[in-house]
Structures are given as C-alpha cells and as structure tokens.
Design a protein around this ligand. Structure first.
Ligand SMILES: Nc1ncnc2c1ncn2[C@@H]1O[C@H](COP(=O)(O)OP(=O)(O)OP(=O)(O)O)[C@@H](O)[C@H]1O
Length: 226
C-alpha cells in the first residue's frame, strides 16, 4: 500500500503526561480509517500529529512520502490549508458568515475568484444535501446541517486527507449516520483519505479499517487475534 499519510513510532508528552508512546499508522488515498480507543488514550493527539498541528517529540509523520517535521511552520500551515480538511465535533463554522460563505472561505484564502469560489461551494453544498441552507447563518441551521456544511468546507479545496475528530459526537444517531454516509461517499469519490476519531462503533462501521489506540500505542484491529 502506498500511504498518502503515515506516522511511524510517534512519541508525544505534555509535561509529565505521555500521550503517545510509539504510535504508527499508514492510510492510503481513498481509505477511511477509524481511530478508536479509551478516553485519554491519545487518539486526538495522534490526529493532531498527523495533521502537523502538534510536533512529535520522536518519530516521523509523512505526507506523500515527505517528512512534514522537516517543513517550516509556514509550510505546514500551507499544507493544512491546501491539502488537508478538518471536521470537528462542533462544526466551527464562522457564525457571522452564511453557510455558502463558510464553504467559499478556504477557496478565497487560496485566491480563487469570488464567482468561481461561490460556484464550487454551491456544488459542494448540493453534494452534501444542504443546498437549501446556503444563505443561512450557522446559528439558523440544525446540528446535522451544520456538520454537513463543515464537511463541504473540508472537501471544497480538493483535500487529500480529511481529519474528522468526533464529527458526529453532537448529533443524534440518524443525523450522525447521514453525515458519515455523505462524508465517506464524497471521500471515496474524490480519493481523499479520511482519518476519523470516534468512540462509537456505529460510526466506525463506515470505515474500511479500525486502528485502536491504547496507552499511546496503536494496534491495527486486523492484527489482534480474535
Ligand atoms: N495540550 C495538552 N496538554 C496537556 N495534556 C494533554 C494535552 N493534550 C492531551 N493531553 C493529555 O494526553 C493524553 C492523551 O490525550 P488525547 O486527547 O490525545 O486522548 P483521546 O484518546 O483523544 O481522549 P478522548 O477520547 O477523551 O478525547 C491525556 O492524558 C490528555 O490529558
């Protein structure tokens, strides 16, 4: 498998707390991987290391075969903006902007012209079945609609990797499943890899593979004897 993103032997401590103690993972283009494990086991820290938000104390993170630890902060920030998409538990949409404007934002940051950015954003809202909320502000839409707008924003730039940290954590099961169905379908169509942190087996069921983090170590579920 040729990985689009991978971590090898990643260690990270916050003061006296060891969050990761040798975590490794490799995810291919178009693959959806669920990271599961007990609370405090290091799942979010692993996601943040893969996304170049947190710098590991030891170990390597590679995107497209390149060590992202060797990049400057500015280069890593450009990588996050242009190649990575993010969906968190609470959409983190900009409340003052309409849903359409929220989705155009990453394109405008890349200097895509206004008309083209609006066209592409509208297309993504449509794919995520939220075209009808384009003109509304995030405070005027439901939790499920807001998360679908957040998924559109994550994918609109042609992200190669989508990082989703408990993307359905604040939703009821029906809305959670709809978000997962649309996210995974869109990712498989575009060839984006999805790294999904979740507590819920029902959500992880949308992934191709599960990786378990326990006490800062990773284990591929396929490697654990039944
Ligand atoms: N910025 C930080 N400063 C100090 N300690 C931190 C920080 N981030 C994480 N930790 C600690 O590192 C460990 C792993 O945290 P992390 O958030 O990665 O776990 P998690 O598996 O995502 O947990 P949860 O499922 O509860 O969200 C925990 O003991 C946590 O308290």
């Amino acid at each position: 498998m040729s990985a689009v993103i991978e971590a090898d032997g990643v260690h990270k401590a916050f003061g006296p707390t060891t969050a990761l103690a040798g975590a490794s993972i490799a995810v291919a283009a178009g693959e959806v991987v669920a990271i599961m494990g007990p609370s405090g086991s290091g799942k979010s820290t692993l996601l943040h290391c893969l996304a170049g938000i947190v710098r590991p104390d030891k170990g390597v993170v590679k995107f497209d075969g390149r060590d992202i630890g060797a990049l400057s902060e500015r280069q890593r920030s450009a990588l996050r903006r242009t190649r990575f998409g993010f969906v968190f538990q609470f959409g983190q949409l900009v409340p003052e902007l309409t849903c359409l404007e929220n989705v155009t934002l990453p394109l405008r940051l890349e200097r895509v012209g206004g008309r083209e950015a609006r066209r592409r954003a509208a297309e993504w809202l449509d794919r995520l079945e939220v075209a009808d909320v384009a003109g509304k502000r995030p405070g005027e839409v439901s939790g499920g609609q807001g998360q679908r707008v957040a998924v559109a924003r994550a994918l609109v730039t042609g992200a190669r990797v989508v990082f989703a940290d408990e993307p359905t954590g604040a939703l009821d099961s029906l809305n959670g499943e709809r978000v997962m169905r649309l996210l995974t379908t869109a990712a498989r169509e575009t060839g984006a890899a999805v790294i999904l942190v979740t507590h819920e087996a029902r959500v992880a069921a949308y992934a191709d593979r599960e990786v378990i983090v326990r006490d800062g170590f990773t284990r591929d579920l396929a490697e654990i004897p039944a």
